[in-house]
Design a protein around this ligand. Structure first.
Ligand code: ATP
Ligand code: MG
Length: 211
């Protein structure tokens, strides 16, 4: 649906809302460049960078930074970016974070809005493993962006919207290892995010345990 066809609810109410979920441990330029470019390409009113409370698919595989700290980093990352906002709805819901539930909450907040679930292709490839994936497909349009590396196969029965964004080979995993081995972080995450990391003493345990 083009912007012109989107029903206007009342003045200023967002009618095209993107949901970009992640662990954001930490948020980096790959996340920001993706959200900004999808916002532009699809003429969205808003992209919510939704901080997973318990990212159940990662649970147990490593120590995850507390959700409120990850939210503080995301808030700092998007503070100066028009159209991008941090999302704390999954933290407020508590427990494991399932996009199907999040979409329900977001659609109550923005009644009548068209919702877009934005994912990198690595996350898109695992769609069938998501809790109630059929509900996600029913409640939103699925948007996929490619990450660098080998292309992944996507479920062809889903009507994916593909958006081309600059492919940046940046990951939170690589950033966490940079914190521990002292390689440079410059330009991979924003100064505002680095400030939150310093203020809250995040990623220090990893630095210490590595030394
Ligand atoms: P980790 O290495 O810890 O898995 P990550 O960098 O993959 O972290 P996530 O929080 O897992 O970040 O990802 C949230 C969403 O952002 C996912 O849909 C993921 O595919 C997407 N994403 C992450 N990094 C990039 C990137 N460099 N370019 C495009 N999309 C990205
Ligand atoms: Mg990831």
């Amino acid at each position: 649906m083009s912007r012109a066809e989107t029903p206007q609810l009342h003045d200023g109410a967002p009618t095209r809302v993107g949901l970009f979920g992640g662990t954001f441990d930490p948020p980096h330029v790959g996340h920001l460049v993706t959200a900004i470019n999808v916002h532009h390409a699809l003429d969205l009113d808003l992209v919510i960078l939704m901080v997973a409370n318990v990212p159940w698919q990662k649970d147990g595989s490593r120590d995850i930074t507390p959700a409120e700290d990850r939210l503080a980093m995301v808030s700092a990352a998007v503070a100066a970016v028009p159209g991008l906002v941090p999302g704390r709805q999954e933290i407020d819901l508590g427990g494991n974070s399932y996009t199907a539930d999040t979409l329900r909450v977001v659609s109550q907040e923005f009644p009548g809005a068209e919702l877009f679930t934005i994912v990198g292709d690595d996350a898109a490839a695992g769609l069938h493993t998501w809790e109630r994936s059929a509900e996600v497909i029913e409640r939103s349009r699925l948007v996929v962006v490619d990450r660098p590396g080998t292309p992944v196969g996507l479920d062809e029965t889903v009507d994916w919207i593909r958006v081309e964004v600059p492919r940046l080979e940046v990951s939170s995993t690589d950033l966490r290892s940079r914190f521990s081995d002292g390689r440079p972080l410059d330009y991979l995450l924003t100064d505002a995010v680095l400030e939150v990391i310093d203020d809250r003493g995040l990623y220090l345990a990893r630095e210490q345990s590595a030394s």
